[in-house]
Write a protein that binds this ligand. Structure first.
Ligand SMILES: C[S@@+](CC[C@H](N)C(=O)[O-])C[C@H]1O[C@@H](n2cnc3c(N)ncnc32)[C@H](O)[C@@H]1O
Length: 245
């Protein structure tokens, strides 16, 4: 990463009141270089410039820290992590988090695993799999303090995939673009169905770029009924209380 990229990262994180240490900057620089190198061999992400990677992957992922829901020694699963977002930036910025980045696409998880190894992020344990399968597996069901997800699915879909994985009292922290009232309403109804409650829906702007974002927080208030999650692909094809658009 260039000195200009490092400054952009400092400015973007600074707007979130995060002051990165020299080690943080070094780790993000390494992650940038690894991502660019692997992305030239296999298609991992559409964002290719340093500017976009810094602001739309690194700073955007750090926005999940808004509201203080990811502080402390927590067991976190990142559903649909893609090339490791938000999992890898969160692991760099908060080494206390135990993070399981999950994606169904092998080449993406291969990259996340390699990057975590090269950055010495031993608290990151990537997994190839589908959220629907993990949500029915006793090793994962009800085991996590937090689910994070960025740009993965409509809120009612995400709620069905995420809440089975949380312990009662755990939180889904979902970062999305602007969210409409109809999607939010379907998310609220889906949450009530699978054992939770939407407790926050905060619109905000991506630092330095001003793109519309929202952070949705859903609390798990009771055990998820055994019927959820439905089998692979069904939550996306037939979202609860929502007509797929
Ligand atoms: C648009 S990408 C976002 C990736 C990453 N979170 C980011 O913000 O850059 C969505 C990712 O979710 C994964 N995904 C979608 N549904 C999934 C499911 N049910 N189980 C596991 N992964 C899923 C896809 O394979 C894809 O990599």
């Amino acid at each position: 990463m260039t000195p200009e990229g490092e400054q952009l990262l400092r400015d973007g994180l600074g707007a979130l009141s995060i002051v990165p240490s020299p080690e943080h900057i070094q780790q993000f620089g390494r992650l940038h270089d690894l991502l660019v190198q692997r992305n030239s061999q296999v298609n991992l992400t559409a964002l290719k410039t340093e500017h976009d990677i810094v602001l739309k992957h690194f700073v955007d992922s750090a926005c999940c820290l808004r509201g203080g829901h990811l502080e402390g020694d927590l067991r976190v699963i990142d559903l649909g992590t893609g090339a490791g977002f938000p999992a890898l930036p969160l692991a760099i910025l908060n080494p206390e988090l135990w993070i399981t980045p999950v994606d169904s696409i092998r080449k993406k998880i291969d990259f996340v695993r390699d990057a975590a190894e090269q950055l010495d992020l031993s608290q990151v344990q990537p997994l190839i799999g589908r959220a629907e399968t993990l949500g029915r597996d006793p090793v994962h069901r009800g085991r996590y303090d937090r689910v994070v997800a960025r740009a993965v699915a409509a809120l009612p879909v995400l709620v069905e995939l995420a809440l089975p994985l949380l312990r009662t009292g755990g939180l889904l922290v979902a970062q999305k673009g602007a969210i409409g009232e109809d999607e939010l309403d379907a998310g609220r109804r889906a949450a009530a169905e699978v054992g939770g409650e939407v407790i926050a829906a905060e619109p905000f702007e991506l630092p330095l770029l001003g793109d519309a974002r929202s952070l949705i927080v859903v609390a798990k208030t009771r055990p998820t009924p055994r019927a959820y999650p439905r089998r692979e692909g069904v939550p996306t094809r037939q979202p609860l209380f929502w007509t797929a658009k």
